[in-house]
Design a protein around this ligand. Structure first.
Ligand code: AMP
Length: 392
């Protein structure tokens, strides 16, 4: 049995047909530039790649073309082999602490949560609606990025603001990237053969978040009401004094929308170093660019600060795991973070850290007090497996 995993963005749909048991990706593709004059649909199956440039007016048209390509190029989606369609949903609010079978009520909740996920939930909803229409006989499952963090202790998810206002406006830490943090921390437990671990997962890609996980349960995470809080990211500030908002509003006359754009799209590595791609920032730093050097230092400093805080919150630390684009690929970021943790007994194996690999691996020495790992995240597989949990 397979699961079709769908990730609908505002102008794109990514999809993958996954075997949840073996983890194999059987077919994959994407629809890009939905709503623009010219869009593109790509499909890959059994070594054959198909790409079609065509106008894709909306999500429905995009998904219809994807289903047509499945029938034309394979594998067939109508031969009864699909167990579920799994949909990635960024914001599940207070309603979902795990995956949910999509019905009209669940769809209504995702719609109700649009104010908390204004960039993502409308696109997810569009994807779910057309997918349910086009594949009505297959169960659809919503897998929420926030679900892994619904069980955070109250002291970790509560912001210290007026309780009535927080209650009225659903203000709390929801976190994000939860599917990845759950998957990666689970893989670490399997790899180290322990289910009682106190661990930190650093999901550092263009978006970046840290989580503290004790015995498989999340107890802290760095993203907050939205994915803006926490680590320094490609284009987002991460933590910043909220008074900067008041200050720029009053002194620079910036509107809320301008500040939203500044904090979410023009800050982080892009704001500091002029580029959000860590490969370019590293190259600039190596070439002696001082802005890139400072950006890198701020980036590493924030990571180290979170690791220290989370170790204290958990009362100990067994494993630190790097994942996502930067975590999986940047031996420099991993080395600089671990060097700063040497006083706590962290010992990186330099040779292992420098190996480029797509595999799960321990990169610390046997005598390191804390294990350091690289575990590639696989959100599609995680969504497929969670979908199977729901449909049995
Ligand atoms: P993601 O959002 O997980 O796809 O990660 C994207 C980020 O990973 C971008 O900032 C990339 O520059 C970064 N990345 C990918 N490969 C490397 C690499 N070899 N070294 C440093 N950063 C990398």
């Amino acid at each position: 049995m397979t699961v079709l995993v769908i990730n609908s963005g505002s102008s794109s749909i990514k999809y993958q047909l996954v075997d949840p048991e073996s983890g194999e990706s059987i077919a994959a593709g994407l629809v890009e530039r939905i709503g623009e004059e010219m869009g593109r649909v790509e499909h890959e199956y059994a070594g054959e790649e198909t790409a079609i440039d065509m106008p894709v007016p909306d999500h429905g048209a995009g998904l219809r073309e994807v289903l047509r390509l499945f029938e034309e190029k394979g594998p067939s989606l109508t031969d009864g082999s699909i167990a579920a369609v799994g949909h990635r949903i960024v914001q599940g609010g207070k309603y979902f602490d795990g995956p949910a079978l999509v019905d009209d009520e669940v769809q209504g909740r995702i719609e109700e949560l649009i104010p908390l996920g204004p960039l993502h939930n409308p696109a997810h909803l569009a994807g779910i609606k057309v997918a349910r229409e086009l594949l009505p006989d297959i169960p659809h499952v919503a897998v929420f990025d926030t679900a892994f963090f619904q069980g955070l202790p109250a002291e970790a998810h509560t912001y210290a603001i007026d309780r009535d206002i927080a209650e009225k406006h659903s203000i709390r830490r929801y976190g994000a990237h939860g599917t990845s943090h759950r998957f990666v921390s689970g893989e670490v437990s399997k790899l180290l053969g322990r289910d009682d671990l106190k661990q930190i997962v650093l999901h550092i890609g263009n978006g970046a978040s840290a989580s503290a996980v004790v015995a498989g349960k999340a107890v802290e995470t760095s993203m907050g009401l939205t994915p803006l809080e926490g680590l320094v990211m490609g284009t987002r500030t991460g933590d910043i004094d909220p008074a900067v908002v008041f200050h720029l509003g009053r002194e620079a006359g910036m509107s809320i929308d301008e500040l939203d754009d500044l904090f979410n799209r023009r800050s982080g590595m892009k704001g500091l170093a002029g580029d959000n791609d860590m490969r370019i920032v590293e190259a600039k730093m190596d070439a002696g660019d001082e802005n890139a050097k400072l950006a890198f230092d701020v980036y590493v400093h924030r990571l180290v600060k979170y690791i220290g805080a989370y170790a204290a919150v958990m009362g100990g630390l067994d494993a630190i795991t790097f994942t996502a684009g930067i975590g999986e690929n940047s031996n420099t970021v991993r080395r600089l973070v671990c060097e700063r943790l040497a006083p706590f007994g962290v010992r990186l194996d330099g040779a292992k850290n420098d190996v480029r690999s797509k595999g799960q691996r321990v990169i610390s020495t046997p005598d390191s007090t804390i294990a350091v790992l690289v575990v590639p995240t696989n959100e599609e597989l995680a969504i497929a497996r969670q979908s199977m949990e729901v449909v049995g």
